[in-house]
Design a protein around this ligand. Sequence first.
Ligand SMILES: [Zn+2]
Length: 365
Amino acid sequence: MKRFLLALLVIAIPFTQSFSAEKAPKNEKVKNVILIIGDGMGVGSVASWMIENNYAPTCFDRAQFAGFSKTYSANSKVTDSAASGTAMACGVKTNNGMLGMNPDTVAVKSIAEFAREKGLPVGIVVSSYILDATPGAFYAHVTKRGDRKGIIDDLIKFKPDVIVGGGKKYFIQPDYVPENMVEKAKSAGFTYVETPDEFLATDKTPILGLFADDSYPMAIERDIDYLKDATMHTLDILDNNKKGFFAMIEGSHIDHANHANNAEQLIFEMEEFDRMVNAVFDYADTHKGTLVVITADHETGGVNVLSAAKDSKSTTGIDVKYSTTSHSGAPVPVFSYGASAWRFGQMMENTEIFARIKELLIDKK
Ligand SMILES: [Zn+2]
């Protein structure tokens, strides 16, 4: 009987897997890449959201391929966001805390910089602050992730076509910077916006959006569609360029919810993330040559989904349990959708995210 069941499983799995994968445009030339990073989003976070959603289809079910990424850094089995951001942005394993450079402190060109050289516009949307490690890895080259001044200088120099999120105080308060860096950005040509509504009303690039003093608030405290709206407006702006574009979108607060071991915050963040990713998949469906890659920089919280305890108030039959308030060393999922998405359906080093995007978008292999 057991063997019979096993045989059934073996038959059933390829059918269900090939169903969405077969619809993927196999070797279609890649014109646009949208890299979406759920900061701290391991398998446990994904599972928590799927269960909360009662296994109704999520963006993760809709993805055409799934793989895993090994996140360890050059000096630690457990990475931080700076080293893992650098791995995905620049293709090198570096030491925790370092942005956009190798362990010998030599600056390494990011995929955003390669895209710029190729005449492709670059957009960055986050829900934390725009100088944070994950976005910073795409445009900054500093030895310390806390070097706000150095990161802002690199941001103004690189001048992404769109960069929005929080972090206003780091640009203007003398505790952090010797001069008003918003004014400096404006004189360097940036259109400066202070609210998501102001952002949605402009397409005059380059655009710098600082919507909060520090991180933009968590999803549980506000309108849940910020990430989706800001992302879709960014794609609208970027695709004015007929040659294509590169965008990096970060669901930043998944990490913060997990550091706080707060499953309720996590679910709100995952719901917002899911809505944004689904909208991006819709975009890919109607814009030929669009590749979407969804992954995480590392796992946070050691999140697990366990049968609800007897006294649990859980309505799903599951308690979301944490094993740490820090990051863990677990591999993270990589989901992909659209043009040449199959290239991401394996177990890989996090540096391969960079390498494969570069091959497809820049080298056109
Ligand atoms: Zn973290």
